[in-house]
Design a protein around this ligand. Sequence first.
Ligand SMILES: CC(C)(COP(=O)(O)OP(=O)(O)OC[C@H]1O[C@@H](n2cnc3c(N)ncnc32)[C@H](O)[C@@H]1OP(=O)(O)O)[C@@H](O)C(=O)NCCC(=O)NCCS
Length: 160
Amino acid sequence: MEGKKISESRVIIAQVMNPENSNPAGNVHGGDIMKLIDTVGGVAATRHARAHVVTASIDRIDFHHPVYVGDFIILKASVNFVGKTSMEVGVRVEAENPITGKVRHTGSAYLTFVALDDNKRPIQLTPLILETDQDRHRNEDAAQRRQMRLSVKKKEKENA
Ligand SMILES: CC(C)(COP(=O)(O)OP(=O)(O)OC[C@H]1O[C@@H](n2cnc3c(N)ncnc32)[C@H](O)[C@@H]1OP(=O)(O)O)[C@@H](O)C(=O)NCCC(=O)NCCS
């Protein structure tokens, strides 16, 4: 089976954060950022699979710093790991002050997507081609997170 490079599915989007994105404290609402994370992650996963994908889980979202109304929010998504039918996508969230150009790393997330066929059954994915040291490093970390995810799921099943 032919593989696909991480660079072939990588996604970067930028969006202006407007007043309608704000929470009562005046910062950008975390839920708006979460939706963008899921959307951009889904685009990277779909590009890898070239099939419809669903979000199976989001096992971690960290908000390191607030994003302010008026900032550009920049989301970078790349496929870290591909299993048989599921893949982990990492999303990095940055906020850029449009006037000063200063960029802050405000958040990150790891999501698992599953590719489905027309009957909504998981389909086998094309393998991931790792080109750079960063690709290999992220892939190893993602493999460890997958092991953790699977063992938690197994334990939950046993205790159900
Ligand atoms: C995700 C879903 C397709 C998995 O179906 P399933 O019958 O459990 O499928 P399987 O047990 O064969 O698992 C398929 C793959 O998904 C992975 N997976 C399943 N549930 C998972 C979870 N909660 N977290 C991470 N990975 C998961 C499995 O490890 C497996 O990966 P692999 O093939 O790479 O080894 C199914 O649970 C589903 O449709 N969920 C709803 C998705 C949805 O509506 N999302 C929100 C809107 S997009």
